[in-house]
Write a protein that binds this ligand. Sequence first.
Ligand code: ADP
Ligand code: ASP
Ligand code: MG
Length: 412
Amino acid sequence: MAFLVKKFGGTSVGTVERIKHVAKLLVAAKQSGDDVVVVVSAMSGETNRLVALAREMMPAVVDVRELDVLLSTGEQVTIALLAMALKELGVEARSYTGSQVRILTDSSHSKARIINIDKAPIMNDIEQGHIVVVAGFQGVDERGNITTLGRGGSDTSAVALAAALGCDECQIYTDVDGVYTTDPRVESRARRLEKITFEEMLEMASLGSKVLQIRAVEFAGKYNVPLRVLSSFEPGDGTLITLDDEENQMEQALVSGIAFNRDEAQITVAGVADKPGIAYSILGPIADLNIEVDVILQNIGENGLTDFTFTVHRDEYGRVIEFLKSRQDELGAELIHGNDRIVKLSIVGVGMRSHAGIASRMFKALADNGINLRMITTSEIKISVVIDENFLELGVRSLHEEFELAEPTQTS
Ligand code: ADP
Ligand code: ASP
Ligand code: MG
């Protein structure tokens, strides 16, 4: 008998039939003696539909407070339908929105952070033998405003609930049966990992693997919540996200996974004065616009001039180019140009810490396939390159092969 949070993503609750299927899985867990709190996403496509409606209504700047009121309705539909399905199967269930449970967040609409969760009302229902169904992705701020946690945020709701309630495991049910060496939709030979460390999962998520929201992994690592990714459609043990295990590290694969991000765009400010403060004068005002900058590269200066290149989210590309062009004279830049048809491709693995030569193997594999590297960045357990988007699939497959990720490793 265990106390579990089980989270079901959009595809898993995408139709009435699928919601009925989820209800059956929950009843089986209940019958085997587990206590369950369920977190659900909106039915697949619903959040995108709501975002599109908001854009139609307010094309220029969308009011984030009202957007959150709108987006939170997606999950409210699912909790009610799932509670109904459970009751139809003869199990007592109660659905709650984020504000009813009082998932207290800060007031940063569309990217709110969870501050506190009221444990008592949920525990009260659990003690009465109910299955508690909570709307993912949403909370409420101190003043009673509805907030949302960012795209993919139901994962974070689930982990936060598991941490607050002291659950034995947080189980993320989705449309794949675990975390793979890379997105199985891009490389069909991708292999499911039985385990991955929090650290590696955090890198994979922040480098673009959307199987888990970054904040969910961060939260699980911080509060030591055992986290597992499983399929809603097939039985199995899925992938367990584990704490760093020093003993295992020696045997660990050099590269655990390949991540990629299609949402980036590259911008270059060429021929600016190579002097102190230049990076700040370019990036400071961009940060003030609340635009996140990812990879940054500055060349060694020549003849007193240097080039400065960075990446931003693709949605911000037009805005940043326009903004920089309006400041071109002030910056004294010769040219401002960019490319929004690029992607970032990365390899991740704690094994990199103790092994040299991984970067050159990566670069050779990509070169052998005629893939040009526009930017390179490394950190302790990852290497990322920026390449043309047309080469993404080829790049993923060549790295998957180079690092023998399709083959079973000793630890799996
Ligand atoms: P949900 O709606 O259940 O939250 P998501 O679409 O957010 O599901 O996440 C699951 C998807 O993540 C998979 O369908 C898969 O295409 C994608 N994905 C990306 N990288 C990986 C990976 N390394 N392992 C497994 N799935 C991945
Ligand atoms: N429904 C939200 C989204 O599509 C949250 C989630 O599914 O986790 O991003
Ligand atoms: Mg998701």
